[in-house]
Unconditional design. Structure first.
Length: 67
């Protein structure tokens, strides 16, 4: 399982748009919002497609974590 930590707080509109687009990517599980950041959880090991999507949407990535 991999977690992508993004270093911005997502408002509801941006979160819904991101969630809709991420559901098209194999292995996407959920988004866990936090106070100052959010975590995107994947069951698959490959997260390159998601990283491209985040770059496209101008959402900065803090780190990718294996758990």
């Amino acid at each position: 399982m991999k977690y992508i930590v993004i270093c911005v707080r997502l408002d509801e509109e941006k979160k819904k748009e991101l969630e809709i687009r991420l559901k098209e990517i194999k292995g996407f599980k959920c988004i866990i919002p936090g106070q100052l950041s959010a975590e995107i959880i994947f069951e698959e090991k490959e997260v390159g497609e998601c990283l491209r999507l985040l770059k496209e949407m101008d959402i900065p990535v803090e780190r990718v974590v294996n758990r």
